[in-house]
Design a binder for this molecule. Structure first.
Ligand SMILES: N[C@@H](CCC(=O)N[C@@H](CS)C(=O)NCC(=O)O)C(=O)O
Length: 237
């Protein structure tokens, strides 16, 4: 990525598959335009033009990339956060895929009736199983960063997953001490704290069967709504 190129991230007004990239761009202090598709008409026009008919999409000057995980890795590589050897890069990919597998599973669960009616079985079963393995990975790698000795795109992805647990499965997160401590450390990094406190962070994690997953800790303004291409605007308070 040429540092002087204009950077644009295009997604919906949700954290979802764009949030790790937003966090990474924040950490590397890269100014970027954070475009959010908010209505059906815009989405209807845009979707047929997209390489895979979905978002996020990232632009760096004339270079265009879709697929959230490719985008994340690209930003990491552009800011020299990836090691040079193929073998070392594979270790990053290992953690990357393990985290995305757990995240996809959690997101799939949000489309099942049990997500609201009976989340306990999932929380104590599949979710805890994923977290046990992820926590072991973090501990094996020293407990501070997910891979390597300094912050990377993997830490951003891990935070996005763990932050959704902080919101909707808080007792599960706090029972995994190393994951819980990582989450707290990450969000207290000055650039991340500034972003969270700025009001720029989307209030909604993503869509679920029952509607948008609204962050219970978000500072919602009276009358604020979630504008999206799929439903009428949803009141956030
Ligand atoms: N594998 C893709 C999946 C992208 C994806 O499914 N995006 C969803 C939002 S999270 C989307 O664009 N949905 C709207 C639609 O398909 O109409 C990625 O990771 O970027």
């Amino acid at each position: 990525m040429r540092r002087e190129s204009k950077l644009e991230l295009l997604y919906f007004n949700m954290r979802g598959r764009a949030e790790a990239a937003r966090l990474l761009l924040t950490i590397v202090d890269a100014p970027f335009e954070d475009h959010r598709v908010r209505n059906m008409q815009h989405w209807g026009e845009l979707k047929p033009q997209l390489p895979f008919g979905s978002l996020p999409l990232f632009r760096s000057g004339s270079f265009v990339l879709s697929q959230s995980h490719a985008i994340l890795r690209y930003i990491a590589g552009s800011y020299e956060l990836l090691p040079s050897s193929f073998e070392s890069q594979s270790v990053y990919d290992e953690a990357h895929l393990a985290l995305s597998e757990a995240q996809e599973d959690l997101w799939q669960f949000a489309w099942r009736k049990d997500y609201v009616a009976n989340p306990k079985a999932y929380a104590e079963g599949r979710l805890s199983h994923f977290l046990e393995n992820l926590q072991s990975h973090l501990i094996r790698h020293g407990g501070e960063c997910w891979v390597g000795n300094s912050i990377s795109h993997i830490d951003c992805l891990a935070y996005v997953l763990l932050d959704e647990l902080r919101a909707f499965f808080p007792t599960v997160l706090s029972s995994f001490t190393s994951l819980y401590e990582f989450h707290a450390r990450f969000e207290n990094r000055p650039p991340i704290r500034t972003y969270i406190d700025s009001g720029r962070r989307p209030v909604v994690f993503g869509m679920a069967l029952h509607g948008p997953k609204i962050d219970p800790a978000a500072n919602v303004q009276p009358g604020e709504v979630f504008e999206n291409p799929w439903t009428e605007p949803v009141p956030l308070a």
